[in-house]
Design a binder for this molecule. Structure first.
Ligand SMILES: [Zn+2]
Length: 253
């Protein structure tokens, strides 16, 4: 329809780096068994560019995502980079609410893994009954299921229910994690996923034991004191990048 020739600037060095990081992340999620057919999203803000985000091309499996086929979109889901791939705009609605309202939410991860969805579907939610779950005690927001998250008016309630927290269990639906960097979001998600898997396994092993509040306080205090100079999740993420790179280095293309 449009006859005007659209010129798309070459991606900046920052954008190219963000593309590589996010493409690697999709491959890692698939390697970990956290992909969901062609659905779900991990989105990353493009540094140095107001209101620009990278998202997976709709229709491709996470194992097919590469640095160059990620789609650059604005907050309304409009394609900015002339990508031939469509974007799951409905799926981006929820991410855009958080990207729009939370300046620190540079990377957002949403999954439907069995463990996360199972825990989200329980009345108790994530219980402090294991090492990993103890890190999240008092730090998880919950949002009741309202049907598929495509209606913008749900956004207000999502933001209100999240409050100051950055990890959310979408009841009956799945998990949502956001952080200022992709490696930080990755590590946070990994811990949450492990916590959920172990909670599900614990339920079939016997009667779960709640960790007492005073032990949780000590645990969370000591974890906070273990910050790495590289920033949270960096060595963890880099280790997993090496793993997926050995399997198929094509993610970089
Ligand atoms: Zn979902």
């Amino acid at each position: 329809m449009a006859t005007a020739i659209q010129h798309h600037a070459q991606p900046s060095a920052q954008e190219r780096e963000a593309r590589r990081q996010l493409a690697a992340c999709y491959r890692i999620f698939d390697h970990m068994g956290w992909s969901e057919l062609i659905y779900n999203h991990i989105t990353l803000r493009v540094p140095g560019e107001e209101g620009a985000f990278l998202i997976n091309p709709f229709g491709l499996h996470y194992s097919e995502v590469t640095a160059s086929n990620l789609v650059k979109i604005d907050l309304d889901g409009n394609v900015l980079d002339g990508s031939p791939y469509p974007v799951n705009r409905a799926g981006f609605v929820q991410h855009s609410v958080f990207h729009r309202h939370l300046p620190d939410a540079h990377c957002i991860i949403h999954t439907h893994t069995t463990a996360a969805m199972a825990v989200s579907a329980t009345r108790e939610g994530l219980r402090p009954t294991n090492f990993y779950a103890a890190a999240f005690a008092g730090r998880i927001a919950y949002h009741d299921f309202e049907g598929v998250t495509i209606r913008p008016e749900e956004g207000e309630r999502l933001i209100a229910n999240l409050g100051q927290r950055r990890v959310m269990m979408l009841r009956n639906h799945g998990a949502l994690v956001m952080a200022p960097t992709l490696p930080a979001a990755f590590l946070m998600y990994w811990i949450l996923q492990r916590a959920c898997e172990i909670q599900v396994a614990t339920g079939s092993a016997g009667t779960p034991v709640d960790i007492p509040d005073e032990v949780i306080a000590v645990h969370q205090r000591d974890l906070a004191g273990m910050q790495l100079p590289t920033g949270p999740g960096v060595p963890d993420f880099e280790a997993m990048v090496r793993v997926i790179d050995r399997i198929d280095p094509g993610w970089k293309e």
